[in-house]
Design a protein around this ligand. Sequence first.
Ligand SMILES: [Zn+2]
Length: 296
Amino acid sequence: MHGNESTTTRAFLDVLNFLNHKHELANELLQHLTITFIPQLNPDGSQLFTRVNRNGIDLNRDALEMSQPESEVLRRVFDDIGPDYCFNLHDQRSIFGVGSTGTAATLSFLAPSANLSREITNSRAVAMQIIAGIHDRLNSLIPGGIGRFDDSFNPNCVGDQFQMQGVPTILFEAGHYAQDYDRATTRKLLFYAFLEAFCLISKSSFDQFTVHQYFEIPENEKNFVDIHVFNPHLIDPKAGPESVLKLQYEEQLQHNNIVFAPKYLEATSGSGIFAHRIVNCAIEQDRNWISTHSLL
Ligand SMILES: [Zn+2]
């Protein structure tokens, strides 16, 4: 539903390929599950590489008002099939870390709230158990790289709305891994996450996991930036010797390609304790990188 968030779509197409190839596990899953997949709810936003749709509306803030044709389509599919479970698929920016551990949140999950008091309703508990099961299986593949998303309630968000209808709903957030800005690693991990979720659902084996295990997954914090620049005073006399410059990539659509342009963050920003990459102006190669990008 957000046009500039494609990783889960790509990962789910991998799942469809897998299901189509008569693998033993695929056949078993298809005996038990009927899967309805909307690859792109917001194709205009995808083409323009924007979060919002062609009318400038965030579809994930339109679940109550239903002002957009895409929202109507989604609601109609929901009403027609009467799903037993829902997956709500997104990408999150590279600013998210798993708690204060200093590990990037490569995957994040949420069992959205169904009311203001964030009560653990039956459907929400099931969603939590499934997430705990996914975490249990995937944590060895990406140690400490799975976070829990903020559960503030907003009935205008699609996931919260479906959870309110009593359907266990899981938010999948594809996040950042090392220098993998194309998110190929994340895509692979998501493939496993989807299959694990299907296994847990098809066998009802999520029962062995608890709500408590879900809450043990650390909550995401906005504590990463893409780049820290050390020793900036060596090339910029205005920078103090102690200062560390923080840079964040801005994703731009240029000639049908996504370009990652490094930008300064406000000096007052308290975020960005951790960085995915360190650039040190005491090293010639790093100084060259900075001048190539005209950053100082
Ligand atoms: Zn999103």
